[in-house]
Ligand binder design. Structure first.
Ligand code: SAM
Length: 331
C-alpha cells in the first residue's frame, strides 16, 4: 500500500477542475491532525509495510513548517520514498529546507506554460512563482522531478509537446493526467476529457510514435510510462478512460485523519477518532489491516460503466460533506 497524506484542505489556487467555487466548507481546525499525530499514524502504516508516503493537500506548503514534519517523518527508517505534490507557488522559498529535512522527491502541478491561461484557470497571476519553484527544487538538488499536467479540452490540449520540451529543459518528467469527474470537477463532462489515445496521437504527430515502457512492479505507479523516439520519457495517468483499480495500491488520509481506500469512496474511516480516543498503536494497526484486507473498491472502473456519465457530485452534496472534495482527498 502507498499512502497519500493531505496536510490541509486549503489551497492558494482555484483551479477550475478542482476548486471552482467562490465559497467552501472547510474542515474544522480542531479536527486537523497535529504533526505528532501524523508521525504516529505514519509509523503505524510503516509497521504494516507501507514504504511510500506522499504529502499532498489542498496545497501542502500552506501548512506551517512542512520541513519540520518532513524531518519527523524522514526519521522513520522504513520509509523508502517520501514525496510531495505541490502546485509550486510556495516552493521556491522552501525547496532547500525540504531537501535538507529529508524529502526524497517533488512533483509540481503545472497545466500550462502560458501565464494568461494560468490566470484564467487558477484565478492567480503568479504563474512565475510556479516556474521559480521548479527551478528552486532543481537547485536544491531534487532529482527526477515530476510535473503533473491535467489535460482539459479547450484549455491546454495544444500544449502537450511544449510541456514535454519544458520537462526536457528542466530535467523533469511530465505526466499527463486525464481529467477526472471527482470532487470539485462539478462542471466535468466527458467531452472535456482528452483520452490517453488522443494524447499519444498528438505527440506522435510531433515526435513519431511513443513506445510503452514496461510498468515495473504491478501497482507501483498509476502512470503508464512511454518513451519518445529520442528516449525522452513521459507518463500518462488514464484514470478516466482506462482505470487501473486492480493495480491501485493507494490509500488516502485527509488532513483530519479520515482514511479512504479509494479516491471515489463514499465514506472513510476516522483514524483521528481512534487516536484521540486513546487507542494503542496495535489497536489502530488492526483497524487498518482489517479494512485493507477487506478492500473491494474499484471506484474508477465502476464510473466507466455509468451511462451518461456526469460529475460525481453536485455542489450541495460537496457542501454537505467536504470530504468528497478532491482538494480534501488530496488528488
Ligand atoms: N495542491 C497540490 C497540487 O496542485 O499538486 C496538491 C493537491 S492536488 C488536489 C493533486 C493533484 O490532483 C494535482 O496534480 C491536480 O492537478 C490533480 N487534480 C485535481 N483535480 C483533478 C481532476 N478533476 N482530474 C484530474 N486531476 C485532478
Amino acid at each position: 500500500m502507498s499512502l497519500r497524506l493531505s496536510l490541509t484542505d486549503r489551497c492558494n489556487l482555484r483551479c477550475r477542475y478542482c476548486m471552482p467555487e467562490e465559497e467552501y466548507v472547510w474542515l474544522p481546525r480542531t479536527s486537523i491532525l497535529t504533526f505528532e499525530e501524523i508521525q504516529r499514524l505514519v509509523g503505524i502504516f510503516a509497521s504494516l509495510g507501507v514504504t511510500k508516503v506522499r504529502l499532498t493537500g489542498g496545497e501542502p506548503l500552506l501548512r506551517h513548517d512542512v520541513p519540520a514534519l518532513v524531518e519527523m517523518l524522514a526519521r522513520q527508517e522504513r520509509l523508502a520514498d517520501l514525496a510531495l505534490t505541490t502546485n509550486g507557488m510556495l516552493l521556491a522559498a522552501q525547496a532547500a529546507d525540504l531537501r535538507a529535512a529529508g524529502l526524497h522527491r517533488v512533483t509540481v502541478s503545472l497545466d500550462t506554460l502560458r501565464p494568461d491561461r494560468f490566470e484564467a484557470y487558477t484565478r492567480s497571476k503568479r504563474h512565475g512563482d510556479v516556474l521559480a519553484g521548479i527551478a528552486a527544487a532543481r537547485a536544491a538538488g531534487f532529482r527526477k522531478l515530476k510535473v503533473n499536467t491535467v489535460v482539459v479540452r479547450g484549455y491546454n490540449e495544444d500544449e502537450l509537446a511544449d510541456l514535454i520540451e519544458f520537462g526536457r529543459a528542466n530535467d523533469a518528467e511530465v505526466r499527463f493526467i486525464e481529467y477526472m469527474d471527482v470532487g470539485g470537477a462539478t462542471r466535468w463532462s466527458m467531452d472535456q476529457v482528452v483520452s490517453r489515445r488522443e494524447m499519444l496521437e498528438a505527440l506522435a504527430r510531433r515526435y513519431g510514435p511513443a513506445q510503452p515502457l514496461s510498468r515495473g512492479a504491478p501497482g507501483a505507479a498509476p502512470a503508464e510510462e512511454f518513451a519518445l523516439p529520442d528516449g525522452t520519457t513521459f507518463g500518462i495517468i488514464a484514470s478516466t478512460t482506462a482505470p487501473f483499480c486492480r493495480a491501485c495500491d493507494r490509500s488516502r488520509i485527509t488532513a483530519d485523519g479520515t482514511w479512504y481506500l479509494c479516491l471515489y469512496a463514499e465514506s472513510g474511516i476516522s483514524l483521528r477518532d481512534e487516536l484521540r480516543a486513546g487507542a494503542t498503536d496495535e489497536d489502530i494497526a488492526e483497524v487498518i489491516a482489517d479494512a485493507w484486507m477487506g478492500r473491494a473498491d474499484r471506484g474508477a472502473e465502476e464510473r466507466l460503466e455509468v451511462i451518461g456519465r456526469g460529475a460525481l457530485y453536485d455542489v450541495p452534496s460537496l457542501r454537505a460533506d467536504p470530504h468528497r472534495e478532491m482538494h480534501t482527498r488530496g488528488g
